[in-house]
Design a protein around this ligand. Structure first.
Ligand code: S3P
Length: 429
């Protein structure tokens, strides 16, 4: 297993970074372009392992896709030209590929099968299989289709009204994609607000979708039209450097071209509430997505409670927020975050075990964690458990630790942030 030993950055951090393209938008850009009629040019695509799985999946469906680093050209021929994949599709570690493509594959008129790596094979698929079955989907799989591998006996589905029972953008997106390909209207009632990139991109690719509060209505039999797209920087990747600059002394960092979609900017709200010295400059929108710069300086943080509607808005940032909380005066309580247990690893356990081993005062709760700060972090080992965001949390911990911190399985960081260590090197003074 690949590991790296990182030394503290005692002089602090400074500089300006553009983080790689947004993971959620990169996946969706391939899905819509692959279903579309015409050629789509995508710039600043995230060339991390997860999004490459989505490209590979569309290639298996017969779509011609050229990629040169972060520039991608998708030669879409429309939904009717897609073909039954000869081999099982490998979703790798990617939950977004697995959930969103389940919506697509269920509704295409041919047979397909898919599998994932050991981590993805433990993550629940019934959250999409259940509602898709209500639309008439025929999906079989391991343990009553609760888990991958799955087989899709794809066919025209029937527009249906579905009340979601989980706050998940992946599930919402799977249902909207299936609805777009079905006969008649599909109505999805969201349980809470989650990232809305699918809705934004539907509008960009010429798909009709109506939103009234928590009710989303999508007419069926719609064919997306090709579109050119530039993917904004991923705020979930930026979060590691925003927290790093806030907690390390003598630091000042600017992140440019970062997505500031209001369904994704919870980490900025959270750091602001903790008293961080953080400034946001809104720039021009890219497509429908707000983008701008965020500037953070070393800050005296204070503990806070984070719960409710804010949680889906920063769900992927909770590991790094927990690290920030170890450097905040007082108690931080993270609630309503049970979903963390079904991410790439059980992130409640992974965060608590790793930060405690570095000397933090942190305990797991049923639906989150309680952190008492401020504590000095010691040298030690951070086990990534194959989870990119746990690995990056460990790397940020090393900046402020008293001695070296070793990150085990550092390569898993390539899932969402290829070039992370180069960026870390660039900003450490
Ligand atoms: C994502 C939604 C979230 C998030 C994941 C990406 C998406 O998952 O954690 O990293 O692109 O729709 P859930 O839908 O399971 O909350």
């Amino acid at each position: 297993m690949t590991q790296v030993k990182l030394l503290p950055a005692s002089k602090g951090l400074s500089g300006t970074l553009s983080v790689p393209g947004d993971k959620s938008i990169s996946h969706r850009s391939i899905i819509f372009s692959g279903l579309a009629e015409g050629t789509s040019h995508i710039k600043n695509f995230l060339d991390g392992e997860d999004c490459l799985r989505t490209i590979q999946a569309f290639r298996e469906l017969g779509v011609d896709i050229e990629r040169n680093g972060t520039n991608v050209i998708v030669h879409g021929k429309g939904i009717k030209a897609l073909q039954s994949p000869v081999n099982p599709i490998n979703f790798g570690n990617s939950g977004t590929t697995a959930r969103l493509l389940s919506g697509v594959l269920s509704a295409l008129p041919f047979f397909s099968t898919a599998f994932g790596d050991p981590s993805l094979s433990k993550r629940p698929m019934d959250r999409v299989v259940g509602p898709l079955s209500e639309m008439g989907a025929e999906i079989i799989g391991r343990d009553n289709a609760k888990y991958l591998p799955l087989a899709f006996n794809g066919k025209k589905l029937k527009g249906t009204t579905i009340e979601m029972n989980v706050k998940s953008a992946q599930v919402k997106s799977a249902l909207l994609l299936a609805g777009m390909l079905s006969e008649g209207d599909t109505v999805v009632y969201e349980k809470g607000i989650t990232r809305n990139h699918t809705e934004m991109l539907m509008s960009q690719y010429g798909i009709t979708l109506e939103k009234q509060g928590s009710k989303l209505t999508i007419p069926g039999n719609q064919q997306p039209q090709a579109s050119d797209l530039k993917v904004p920087g991923d705020i979930s990747s930026a979060a590691f450097f925003l927290v790093a600059a806030a907690v390390a002394p003598n630091s000042s960092i600017t992140i440019e071209n970062v997505g500031l979609n209001p369904t994704r900017d919870g980490i900025i709200t959270a750091l602001d509430r903790m008293g961080a010295d953080i400034d946001v400059e809104q720039g021009e929108k890219i497509g429908h997505e707000p983008v701008g710069r965020v500037h953070v300086k070393s800050s005296e943080l204070k503990g806070c409670t984070f719960e409710g509607e804010l949680i889906p808005n920063l769900i992927d940032e909770i590991p790094i927020l927990a690290l920030a909380a170890t450097q905040a005066e007082g108690t931080t309580h993270i609630k309503d975050a049970k979903e963390l247990k079904v991410k790439e690893t059980d992130r409640i356990e992974a965060v608590v075990t790793n930060l405690r081993s570095l000397g933090a005062d942190i305990e797991a709760t049923e639906d989150g964690m309680i952190i008492n700060g401020k504590t000095e972090l010691t040298s030690g080992i951070v086990h990534s458990y194959g989870d990119h965001r746990i690995g990056m949390m460990g790397a940020v911990a090393s900046i402020i630790a008293e001695g070296p911190v070793t990150i085990e399985d550092k390569d898993c960081i390539n899932i969402s942030y290829p070039g992370f260590f180069e960026h870390l090197d660039k900003v450490c003074k």
